[in-house]
Ligand binder design. Structure first.
Ligand code: NAI
Length: 248
C-alpha cells in the first residue's frame, strides 16, 4: 500500500518540533501541502525552508491553541490561503506534572486548556469546511496515560482521556459525512517532552516496554499517515496505541 496525499491540505498543530514536526515532514514527503501551526514561529520557518528545499510547499501560521483570538486570526489567514483543510492533526500539547496533593490550579487549567480545549477549538474551526466537502480526516494525539494512568500526571491524563471521549463522540457525529476522527495514543517517545527523564528513568521504562526501546517521532508519524489516508476510510472513533506494547 503506497499512501499518497497529492492535492491534500493538512493542518498540523505543534508542528515546530517533536511528533508534530515528524508528522508534517512525513505528510509533505507524500505530497500534501502542509500548514504548520505553533506558538514558536522561528522553528516553523526553518521547517518551511527545509521543505521548500525538498521541493515541497508548506505554509506557516502562529497559532496559540489556548487563545480563541489567536485561533480565529490564524484561520482567517488559512481561509484566505487555501480552499479547505482536508486533514487535521491536533498534536500541540503540554505537561505540567506534579502529584495531585500539590497540584497548582494554574497547572491543572493550563494542561486542560491546551490539550483538551485546544483540540476542541481547532477542530471546530475546520469542521464546517470538511462537512461541506464531505471529506475529512482528523487525528488527535492522546497518550497511553489516558488509559493506563500515571502518578504525577492527573491533569495530563485527564486531558488526554478527554481527547479520547471527544474523538469517539465527534466520530459518531460526522461519520456519515465522510469524515473520520481517530486518536493516537503514543507511549514514551523521544522528544523535548521526555528529555527531562534521566538515564535511570529511561532504563526503567525500557524494562516496562515489550519492544525494549522508547519510540521515535517517526513511529508516531507512520501511524498518523495511515489514519490520515484515503485507505483508512472505514476506521473511525478508534484509539491506536503507538507504544511498543507498553499498554495492551
Ligand atoms: P514537544 O513539547 O516536543 O512539542 C509540542 C509542540 O506543541 C511544541 O512545538 C510546542 O511549541 C507546541 N505547543 C505547545 N503549546 C501550544 C499552544 N498553546 N499552541 C500551539 N502550539 C503549542 O512534545 P511532543 O513530545 O512532540 O508531543 C506532541 C504531542 O504528543 C503532545 O500532544 C503530547 O502530549 C503527545 N504525546 C507525547 C508523548 C511523548 O512521549 N513525547 C507521549 C504521549 C503523547
Amino acid at each position: 500500500m503506497v499512501l499518497s496525499f497529492d492535492g491534500k491540505v493538512a493542518l498540523v498543530t505543534g508542528a515546530a518540533r517533536g511528533i508534530g514536526r515528524a508528522i508534517a515532514l512525513a505528510l509533505s514527503g507524500k505530497g500534501a501541502e502542509v500548514l504548520l501551526a505553533d506558538i514558536l514561529l522561528e522553528p516553523l520557518k526553518e521547517l518551511q525552508a527545509e521543505l521548500a528545499q525538498a521541493g515541497s510547499m508548506a505554509r506557516v501560521y502562529t497559532m496559540d491553541i489556548t487563545s480563541v483570538e489567536s485561533v480565529a486570526k490564524a484561520f482567517w489567514s488559512i481561509e484566505r490561503d487555501v480552499k479547505r483543510v482536508d486533514l487535521l492533526i491536533n498534536n500541540a500539547g503540554i505537561t505540567r506534572d506534579g502529584l495531585l496533593v500539590r497540584m497548582r490550579d494554574e497547572d491543572w487549567h493550563a494542561v486542560l486548556d491546551t490539550n483538551l480545549s485546544g483540540t476542541y477549538r481547532v477542530t471546530r474551526a475546520v469542521l464546517k469546511g470538511m462537512m461541506k466537502a464531505r471529506y475529512g480526516r482528523i487525528v488527535n494525539i492522546a497518550s497511553v496515560v489516558a488509559e493506563m494512568g500515571n502518578a504525577g500526571q492527573t491533569n495530563y491524563a485527564a486531558s488526554k482521556a478527554g481527547i479520547i471521549g471527544f474523538t469517539k463522540s465527534l466520530a459518531r457525529e460526522v461519520a456519515s459525512r465522510g469524515i473520520t476522527v481517530n486518536a493516537i495514543a503514543p507511549g514514551y517517545i523521544e522528544t523535548a517532552m521526555t528529555e527531562a527523564l534521566d538515564e535511570k528513568a529511561k532504563e526503567h521504562l525500557k524494562d516496562m516496554i515489550p519492544a525494549g526501546r522508547l519510540g521515535s517521532p517517526e513511529d508516531v508519524a507512520n501511524a498518523a499517515l495511515f489514519l490520515l489516508s484515503e485507505e483508512s476510510s472505514y476506521i473511525t472513533g478508534q484509539v491506536l496505541h503507538v507504544g511498543g506494547g507498553l499498554y495492551m
